[in-house]
Design a protein around this ligand. Structure first.
Ligand code: HAM
Length: 426
């Protein structure tokens, strides 16, 4: 029997992992430049936390969590998202009262969803959460931060911003009544999911992808008409700031988000390049959440980027634009026999100290001289260093420039200076 990865669990091979690293490095640099600090969070939390924070009637809690009892009989859940854990940490460690926080985190999340391109059961998010700032200014800051990341990854033309306001809890309750009343007349024509949501989570019906349901929704009451005055002002303030800063956006009234904690600003950065899984980053405000889990009222706003989806976008672009292959080695050290292998390893160590940014590979294992040279070429190396018996005896090394075929035998002691002088050749 051969073992296979579990359904929806991606194996990231080195090339894919390198793409993830590019995204994470870019994010790390940008988050730091906006004054955000990194947080490390457990993969496991109590199931009760997610029920409370994400919401009992959400798809995530109803049917997507990896939940199990530990040996003590406590119900635990593999984190399906990061906001709940982050809020729990901030509250537990006294980071909220009379303070502002700008935090970020990255790592795997787990949801038992139906896998398809861009949708996995284990996926990586980079998330940001801010606490203690009630105005639209911080909403703008987090959106600018995203825009800068797309720019750095050369994805500005591929991703657009969609915004909505979900108002206050009271405003939503009023709207919910109106929506349910309207939809009740069409109950039999709604799809099965939406019919179920009519009692559990009616706002989520707005998000339906089913054409017949979408048609019914065209004349449904609009959340925007039910917004409270303060939420309206908040949203206007946000839109005005985005306009003056030149950040393009579209208002999309059907963004209601799949998690229960949001109020006021909600947003999604979307692409048309990934088919059905077009949301590459999503988030919004959650001003009532800290209080809901027993803390003092603290405004919050954040988002999470789906790393897997950004990586897919970058990969698609790469194919289109024919990016050059990154070499596996810059210097490949070829040697024959035990004594010269030891010399090769010692020489490579010296080079790694002097050139920590270059990749120096020592040929390990058997292999005739010719086969080793072939490997040097297939690794994309600029230089092969050759250590035959004669070289080792004379404390010499032959440097071969693989692009031109030029080669020269020099003293090993002179190698570092020699390579520095010829740095244009490799
Ligand atoms: P979310 O919309 O559930 O929000 O997820 C955020 C992003 O994670 C999505 O836009 C998508 O790019 C990615 N994502 C979600 N599920 C999957 C999946 N199954 N496979 C691949 N990628 C996926 C949250 O998680 C909130 N915690 C965001 C937030 C933070 N709101 C405020 N602060």
């Amino acid at each position: 029997m051969k073992f296979q990865a579990l359904r929806g669990m991606q194996d990231l091979l080195p090339k894919q992992k390198a793409t993830f690293r590019v995204i994470e490095d870019a994010a790390r640099e940008i988050f730091s430049s906006y004054g955000f600090q990194e947080l490390g969070m457990p993969l496991l939390e109590s199931t009760a936390l997610y029920k409370r924070v994400v919401g009992e009637a959400t798809d995530i809690v109803e049917k997507e969590m990896y939940t199990f009892d530990d040996r003590n009989g406590d119900s635990l859940t593999l984190r399906p998202e990061g906001t709940a854990g982050c809020v729990r940490i901030a509250q537990q460690h006294g980071m909220l009262f009379n303070q502002v926080q700008r935090l970020w985190y990255t790592g795997p999340m787990f949801r038992y969803e139906r896998p398809q391109k861009g949708r996995y059961r284990q996926f990586d998010q980079i998330g940001v959460e801010c606490f203690g700032m009630p105005g639209p200014d911080i909403d703008v800051e987090v959106l600018l931060l995203c825009a800068r990341l797309w720019e750095k990854l050369d994805l500005t033309d591929d991703i657009t911003l969609e915004l909505n306001s979900m108002g206050s809890a009271e405003a939503r309750a009023g709207y919910r009544l109106a929506l349910v009343e309207y939809l009740a007349d069409y109950k039999d024509q709604l799809d099965e999911d939406s019919r179920r949501r009519l009692t559990s989570n009616p706002l989520r019906i707005l998000d339906s992808k089913v054409e017949a349901t979408k048609a019914i929704l065209v004349d449904a009451p609009k959340l925007a008409d039910y917004l409270d005055e303060e939420s309206k002002q908040h949203f206007q303030g946000l839109c005005q700031m985005l306009d003056s800063l030149g950040i393009a956006y579209q208002i999309n009234p059907s963004i209601v988000r799949g998690l229960d904690y949001y109020n006021r600003t909600v947003f999604e950065w979307v692409t048309s390049a990934l088919g059905a899984q077009g949301a590459v980053c999503a988030g919004g405000r959650y001003d009532g959440l800290v209080e809901q889990i027993g803390g003092k009222a603290t405004p919050g706003v954040g988002f999470a980027i789906g790393l897997d989806r950004i990586a897919l976008l970058l990969d698609q672009k790469e194919k289109g634009e024919n990016y050059p292959e990154v070499p596996l080695a810059d210097i490949y050290v070829v040697s024959m026999g035990d004594e010269s292998r030891l010399n090769a390893i010692a020489l490579a160590e010296r080079l790694r100290t002097v050139y920590p940014d270059r990749k120096t590979l020592v040929h390990c294992g058997a292999g005739k001289f010719k086969a080793q040279m072939k490997k040097a070429n297939s690794h994309g190396a600029g230089i092969a260093l050759l250590l035959g018996e004669e070289e080792v005896q004379n404390k010499q090394v032959t440097v071969k420039f693989l692009n031109t075929g030029d080669q020269e035998t020099i003293k090993q002691d002179e190698l570092v200076d020699f390579l520095a002088l010829r740095s244009d050749g490799w």
